[in-house]
Design a protein around this ligand. Structure first.
Ligand SMILES: NC(=O)C1=CN([C@@H]2O[C@H](COP(=O)(O)OP(=O)(O)OC[C@H]3O[C@@H](n4cnc5c(N)ncnc54)[C@H](O)[C@@H]3O)[C@@H](O)[C@H]2O)C=CC1
Ligand SMILES: O=C(O)C1=N[C@H](C(=O)O)C[C@H](O)C1
Length: 272
């Protein structure tokens, strides 16, 4: 039997990094072969199993990604935009599948992934869960069925540590709503209302971000009309849903050619 695909996790000590390490180590379809943290982090040089409060697992946390990527078939990366750009170059050099969960990337940063995607597959999504990816499709469908007399608002809530807003998921849902309406999100997006904003513009898609406590991730797409409202909702209660999705993407990517993919591809939900 051939060896299971080897996976490196970047941002090993992070909320998602630790969840990914747990899920990969429990899996009988993949092996954890590397764990990366930023230079100077206290975990560098320690066994990642022990750093997480358990027994040694034989994987030492390193701040030298290329060396680790060279031994891997996939890199799962939930870190920060600048780090992700660097990891994209190195994963491409190692011809490893790069699964990107990092959110908050600007359009310019996303464009910089293209050269890397010419050498190896990149799977990127603002949300790796099955539920949210299905919700994007429902959102597109409902937005297409309703006219501008229904105002669309995307309302998201996350824990107090989250650094970007709107969330990557909220932007995915906003894109899906805009697509359903046949408009470009950048032309109708309404973010950060404050003060005398004037009345709502017909056709706008609004974004609201709540931050507090330990909320894992909650997203409502509100379609508000005269006398009725439709609310499509996803509530994440466990980060394992994102980690399982990311692992699924890493395995799915093993026989794919270079290029950029998303979770709709991985889950086989793409329609023309
Ligand atoms: N797409 C999805 O399904 C999901 C995406 N996310 C996104 O994942 C990202 C991380 O989220 P959390 O784990 O909650 O954050 P976190 O702050 O707990 O973890 C980030 C980790 O990345 C590490 N890091 C930063 N720069 C680095 C570098 N240059 N080299 C190596 N490690 C580096 C940090 O030291 C930290 O351990 C965020 O952008 C978040 O929005 C989170 C959950 C689900
Ligand atoms: O930072 C988080 O925690 C999450 N980030 C992703 C996002 O920005 O949508 C996905 C999930 O909601 C959790």
């Amino acid at each position: 039997m051939s060896e299971l695909p080897g996976i490196v996790v970047t941002g090993a000590s992070g909320r998602m990094g630790q969840m990914l390490i747990r899920i990969i180590r429990e899996s009988d379809r993949a092996r954890l072969v590397g764990a990366i943290e930023r230079s100077g982090h206290e975990w560098v040089g320690q066994d990642v199993g022990r750093a997480m409060g358990g027994a040694d697992c034989g994987v030492i946390v390193t701040d030298e990604p290329l060396e680790a990527f060279a031994k891997a078939q996939a890199v799962i990366d939930f870190t920060a935009p600048e780090a992700t750009l660097e990891f994209a170059k190195l994963a491409a050099q190692a011809r490893a599948v790069h699964v990107i969960g990092t959110t908050g990337m600007s359009d310019e940063q996303i464009a910089k992934l293209e050269p890397a995607a010419r050498h190896a597959p990149i799977v990127r999504a603002g949300n790796m869960s099955l539920g949210v990816n299905l919700l994007t499709q429902l959102t597109r469908q409902v937005a297409a069925a309703l006219g501008e007399e229904f105002d669309i608002e995307v309302i998201e809530a996350h824990h107090r540590h989250k650094v970007d807003a709107p969330s990557g998921t909220a932007l995915m849902l906003g894109e899906a709503a805009a697509e359903g309406r046949g408009v470009a999100l950048e032309d109708v997006s309404d973010r950060g209302r404050d003060g005398i904003t004037g009345a709502r513009k017909p056709g706008d898609i609004g974004f609201v971000a709540v931050r507090g406590g330990d909320i894992v991730g909650e997203h409502d797409v509100l379609f508000a009309g005269e006398g009725e409202r439709i609310i499509l909702r996803h509530v994440a209660t466990d980060r394992a849903i994102f980690a399982r999705g990311a692992l699924r993407a890493a395995l799915w990517g093993q026989d794919k050619g270079p290029g950029q993919y998303d979770m709709i591809d991985v889950l086989g939900l793409r329609r023309d």
